[in-house]
Design a protein around this ligand. Sequence first.
Ligand SMILES: [Zn+2]
Ligand SMILES: [Zn+2]
Ligand SMILES: [Zn+2]
Length: 275
Amino acid sequence: MQPSPPMFDLRFLGTGWSHGVPMLACDCPVCLGNHPRNRRRRPSLQVLAGGMTAVIDTGPDFRDQALTFGITRLDAVFMTHEHADHVMGLDDVRRFTWARTEPLPIYADPVTLERLRIVYPYVSEVRIPGKAVPKIRFVPWESPVEVAGVRYSRLDVPHADNLPCCGVLLERGEVRVAYIPDCNDLPGPVKDRIRDADVLILNALRHRPHPAHLTLERSLELLKELNPRRGYITHMGCDFDYPALNPGLPEGIEMAYDGLRIGVSSSLRHAGQRV
Ligand SMILES: [Zn+2]
Ligand SMILES: [Zn+2]
Ligand SMILES: [Zn+2]
């Protein structure tokens, strides 16, 4: 059977933890080693569908990511939570509003939106009379949102200090992809929604336990339990050396890396391709 063309594509723009890799002032072998797949920008995922682009999280590396991976248009931004490694590139999103007639929607839960309004009032409000305001609209993300035929739903997960935080469920037809860059556990109702997904992208910070994140060992347990057709690890620190660790991961599970692009199709249900 001929594989059908991808229904949508995913591209990892960043796969690192909040410090990125290499981390500043770290002399570990991964940080000093300069292996291209150990260079991890702050976490972000691009979704390409029907010539449109959505981005999940715009962290402090967003400008570099847009330049490196050739992003030339933006149709929607989804924010998972207010932490700096996920939102501090929002200022650079303004450039993508220049060519738009409609405002660019930034979707987030209401609490996160309030924080964004405090940090970035000038992107959506008149601050200086007579000065143009970027065409950005903060939109509460309460129910599923559709962009270019892909449905985006919040997967609310525990992370840190009762802060609202979510992963994202992407659906088109029967295809399901779950992207959960930050969490310290997965509640039962979220597990039920992402079980047997085509692609499950889950965080793993390091080996040592952390109150706000999953360890690699816990993440691998969850991936095994949830049984995706393909699993990826993201939001990684510098404990993890790609060439040493990736070949030993269980069948069907890989470390993601910056620039990795995945075509998600309906006939194969998934297909991986490296760029
Ligand atoms: Zn994070
Ligand atoms: Zn390091
Ligand atoms: Zn976080």
